[in-house]
Design a protein around this ligand. Structure first.
Ligand code: AMP
Length: 190
């Protein structure tokens, strides 16, 4: 099973490249951000709780996100693999994911880390703000907080996957096609 973590700071292009990987390898794309936004749109209690964190650029609590992933994985017993996009974002989330996947002997094969210069990230986020309609893309202070939260809570995951020999740095600068090609070079080795 081709289970991949697509990693990178806000604005790195994870969503765009997840669509490429999904089509190229026939995978299920699991974005916790998208899952949470659909819970909000449905008006569920989970969505209402998560929204309070998301609007401020904070992370939703681990137990909410881990439970959501656990339930979603169960919906795809015949999947050829998953692309985890925006998950895990904390070490406890990564540990929970390993536990879920290792139980079924379908571990993460690689963490693909999109590396993008800071100025380019901000440019992409500001561009996306014009079209996404996302509350958390509209406000500079919220964007800054998302980047701080990434540095503090999510960046340490690089070490977590390095220690398992699963870390792959991908140059995330250039055209969408350039970046897709670089990802494919790595994933084809798995
Ligand atoms: P994203 O669409 O990945 O940028 O996520 C948007 C927002 O959803 C984040 O800023 C968090 O508030 C929340 N979120 C998404 N994924 C996670 C996660 N794995 N853990 C905690 N919060 C998350």
């Amino acid at each position: 099973m081709l289970n991949l973590v697509l990693f990178g700071p806000p604005g790195a292009g994870k969503g765009t490249q997840a669509i490429f990987l999904k089509e190229e390898y026939g995978l299920i794309h699991l974005s916790t951000g998208d899952l949470l936004r659909s819970r909000i749109a449905e008006g569920t209690a989970l969505g209402i709780e998560a929204k309070q964190y998301m609007d401020k650029g904070e992370l939703a609590p681990d137990n909410i996100v881990i439970g959501m992933i656990r339930n979603t994985l169960k919906k795809y017993p015949d999947a050829q693999g998953f692309i985890f996009d925006g998950f895990p974002r904390t070490v406890p989330q990564a540990q929970a994911l390993d536990e879920m996947l290792n139980k079924n002997n379908v571990p993460i094969l690689g963490m693909l880390s999109l590396e993008v210069e800071k100025e380019e990230l901000i440019k992409r986020l500001l561009n996306r703000a014009q079209i996404s309609g996302r509350v958390d893309d509209q406000n500079q202070a919220v964007i800054k907080n998302r980047i701080n939260v990434y540095n503090e809570k999510t960046f340490p995951l690089i070490e977590y996957y390095k220690s398992q020999n699963k870390f792959y740095a991908i140059n995330g600068m250039g055209t969408v096609e350039d970046i897709s090609r670089r990802l494919k070079e790595v994933v084809d080795q798995f």
